[in-house]
Design a protein around this ligand. Structure first.
Ligand code: SAH
Length: 236
């Protein structure tokens, strides 16, 4: 059987490219976003009661990881395990038979702006423009299982004990950016100390430079050992 899904909404997120996005929801502080609801699902009645829930499940399409069926692989390489393959159904990889993802995000209510309805969320691990196919309340009595075992991903990845600083230039640029995005310093600090580099980079002794797009900035930083230096925030 095949099924048709409706895109009920679109994610607006600080993350404009896959590189650097947290590997799960709720890991990084300071990442706030919106879900824009589309017609005919943008009805206030459809949100009635949601205000009582602190967290939501967002069911979405990994729209930038869609592969034709012939290219389907039964195993993937989760970043937590470096290059070691695991069965796709034992991972939360975006590359799966149906590109469906699920993230628990924090619920901060909704707003109407220029005739459109938005849910305000935080803690997201979603790319800007991600199509949303469903929203459900997170039910602590059933969704939180303290005795559950987490296989190869039993514990949250540790932030790497990295020391982060901003160059003189980046300090100036980030304080300007904070006027529009008050969470910018928190977001950059939390993101980069969670080690967004591909797992195969391992520990870096030589200086290495990285960059990612965040909101409408290109953030560039350098890593050496356990020191991160944010070099610049260039407007895109
Ligand atoms: N919490 C979700 C997603 C886990 S994978 C789940 O368990 O199903 C998280 C990774 O998905 C991120 O690091 C990012 O690189 C990738 N990602 C996020 N949104 C995406 C999208 N729309 N298309 C493709 N990949 C996406």
């Amino acid at each position: 059987m095949t099924f048709k899904l409706h895109q009920i909404g679109t994610v607006h997120s600080p993350f404009k490219e896959k590189f650097g996005i947290p590997r799960q929801a709720g890991l990084v502080r300071g990442c706030e976003g919106l879900i824009e609801l589309h017609k005919p699902w943008d009805r206030q009645e459809a949100l009635h009661g949601l205000e009582g829930f602190s967290h939501l499940w967002v069911i979405f399409i990994f729209h930038q990881a869609i592969k034709p069926v012939e290219k389907w692989r039964p195993t993937v390489r989760p970043p937590r395990l470096g290059c070691k393959r695991q069965g796709v159904f034992a991972t939360r990889s975006p590359y799966r038979p149906n590109p469906i993802g699920m993230s628990v995000v924090e619920n901060h209510g909704w707003k109407k702006h220029s005739g459109k309805w938005y849910l305000i969320i935080s803690g997201l691990d979603l790319l800007d423009g991600t199509p949303v196919v469903d929203i459900k309340p997170y039910l602590p009595y059933s969704d939180s299982l303290p005795n559950a075992k987490g296989g190869f991903a039993h514990q949250a990845p540790k932030s790497m004990n990295m020391k982060l600083s901003f160059s003189k230039q980046a300090k100036k640029e980030v304080s300007q950016a904070q006027a529009k995005y008050p969470q910018m310093v928190t977001l950059i600090t939390s993101l980069l100390t969670h080690n967004p580099r591909p797992a195969y980079f391992g520990h870096i002794e030589q200086r290495q430079n990285f960059g990612m797009k965040l909101y409408d900035f290109n953030v560039q930083w350098e890593v050496k050992g356990n020191a991160i230096l944010v070099q610049s925030l260039t407007p895109l």
